[in-house]
Design a protein around this ligand. Sequence first.
Ligand code: HEM
Length: 458
Amino acid sequence: MKLPNGPQTPKMVQILQWIFNPMSYMEACAKRYGDIFTLQLNVPTVFVSNPQALQQILANDAKQFEAPNDWNTVFVPSLGKNSVITLGGKAHQRQRQLLLPPFHGERMRTYGQVINDITENVLRRVQIGTPLNVRSITQAITMRVIMQAVFGLYEGSRAEELEKLLGLMLGKDLDSPMRTVILYFPILQRDLGPLTSWGTFLRRREQVDKLLYAEIGERRSQLDPSRTDILSLLMAARDEAGQAMTDEELRDELMTLLTAGHETTATALAWALYWIHKFPSVQEKLLAELDSLGDNPDPSTIFKLPYLDAVCSETLRIYPVGILTFPRVARTHVSLAGQEIEPGTVVIGSIYLTHHREDLYPEPKLFKPERFLERQFSPYEYLPFGGGARRCIGMAFALFEMKVALAKILSRWELALVDDRDLRAKRRGLVSGPERPIQIVVKGERTVMSRNLEAIAG
Ligand code: HEM
């Protein structure tokens, strides 16, 4: 099969470079081969970072390209075979249709108060003046928010245990590069005991499954048609043949939403807090905008704030948590960025490279929210949530959560970075995250102080 140019090093070397240094490897290849190049990964994969070519791929997901399940196998061990992420074709479309309604824009209003209250509770428990990894805050917020959205009011020992286990599976465990190597080489997926990386994963997964199946079983035995949480909606849903989802299908979808729904947003929020506190001018502008809303602003007003929007957009541009779209496969002969692509070729959109194009984002390594106030970018120039038939289901949810949580944290609390040295992104499992933990201190409550000053002045 004829493929666009790419490195000629042995396949194993390419895979290891891809696993250990994905961002710098893509940058080196783009410098040498341009907007389209091939890496020899598990299968030869064509990387694309040209907006016109991305439009061609993502706008034609169903015609010239398709988004099959064959290449998302790295997600099967944790999400299972019935997840919207690991399914392809008609089965994928069916699951997507079932999952989309709870994530529509208008549903966000119901989640606003939940995000607000959970953020408040998490921050209240933080030890004032003690350095901590900001991820411990952002992950606690996003995990509890998604648990509430998925299960409804969700408290008690099962919820706590699930939160702890998922936190480990997607927190500490994911930082091990060995885990990623094993995901890319299924032959290494052997249970060699609880002290090994894969053995730990399997045992944690078993415990999580037990909790999820217990919850599903309980819900089935006590059907409550008045519930509007996502699990209830999925249990009530029927396909064209009138069939309900099986317990296994429900488990895989719950696992998908619980993991995709909190890990990514936790990283994005952590990065946002880093950038805001690294640059005092950004923080000042943001606080001025937030303070202009007065006490307890409506979440939908927060969502529309232009500077907050620019800060979130720039956070997701400079180090996108998902550095790639899922793979697509060419169905027909196509010409892409000047290269002929044959049917069957696996093509992937490089979100990271597109977001670092000099022609779109001058000085791309600098954090400059203003670029999003000065011009509008097309969905193929700026695509932190991918696009087309597999565009992120949680896009509106994640953006809403980021903005409401940031507004709450910044307007209520005074935070400072312990260390404001420059920070780059590195691989974190199948996504990306900061290369070292972001340490912060919560110095105290902010509004109380300003209210006191107002009271004194009054
Ligand atoms: C900042 C947060 C997030 C980022 C950066 C992000 C990014 C992405 C990206 C890049 C894709 C692949 C899209 C493509 O191939 O075109 C994706 C897919 C997906 N995301 Fe997200 N995501 C985030 C939050 C969420 C949340 C909160 C949820 C659920 C509550 C979620 C659920 C999903 C699902 C289910 C898919 C697969 C869709 C499909 O295959 O049809 N994500 N996300």
